[in-house]
Design a protein around this ligand. Structure first.
Ligand SMILES: [Zn+2]
Length: 150
C-alpha cells in the first residue's frame, strides 16, 4: 500500500466517523440541546435537528444564560433552514444537508480515486510497476500476481 493510498484511507475513515457523529448529533438533538452563549446574547446552539448561529448585541442579556449549557428540550424538530433570527446575524442550519454533502463528497472522492487507480493499473502494475501493455485489463500481474488496481 502506497503512502498516498494510506493517507487516503485515513481521510475516508475520518469522513465516515464524522458522518456517523453528525447523524448521531442530528437524531440526538431531537431531545438534547447544547451550546454556548456570550454576555451580549450571541450564541452557537444545537437543538431540534439544527445548529443556531446567532450574533447579537443585547445589553441586558441575563447573566445566568451566559456560558456553556445543555439539557433536554421540547422544541419541535425542524427540517429547514431559517435566517434573520437575530440582528445583525442569526441563522438556524439543519444538520442533515451537511451530512449528505459530506457523504456524497466522500463517495465521489473514493470513486474518482478508484477510477484513477484502475486507469493507472492498465498501464503498469500498481504493486510492482510491471508494464501491463498487451495484458488483458482484468488479468493478474505476471510479475507479482496482484490483480489490477491493487
Ligand atoms: Zn505486479
Amino acid at each position: 500500500m502506497s503512502v498516498f493510498s494510506r493517507r487516503w484511507s485515513v481521510a475516508t475513515t475520518v469522513a465516515v466517523v464524522a458522518i456517523a457523529v453528525m447523524i448521531l448529533t442530528w437524531v440526538g438533538s431531537t431531545w438534547f440541546q447544547a451550546g454556548w452563549a456570550g454576555s451580549r446574547g450571541s450564541m452557537v446552539w444545537l437543538e431540534g435537528g439544527r445548529i443556531y448561529i446567532i450574533r447579537q448585541n443585547v445589553t441586558n442579556y441575563p447573566a445566568e444564560h451566559v456560558g456553556w449549557a445543555y439539557g433536554s428540550h421540547d422544541t419541535p424538530f425542524r427540517w429547514w433552514y431559517e435566517d434573520r433570527l437575530a440582528w445583525p446575524f442569526g441563522i438556524a442550519m439543519p444538520i442533515w444537508p451537511l451530512t449528505i454533502v459530506l457523504g456524497v463528497g466522500t463517495w465521489v472522492g473514493r470513486w474518482v480515486r478508484h477510477r484513477a487507480r484502475v486507469r493507472t493499473a492498465l498501464i503498469a502494475c500498481v504493486h510492482c510497476g510491471y508494464e501491463r501493455k498487451g495484458l488483458l485489463p482484468d488479468s493478474v500481474c505476471p510479475e507479482c500476481g496482484h490483480p489490477p488496481g491493487r
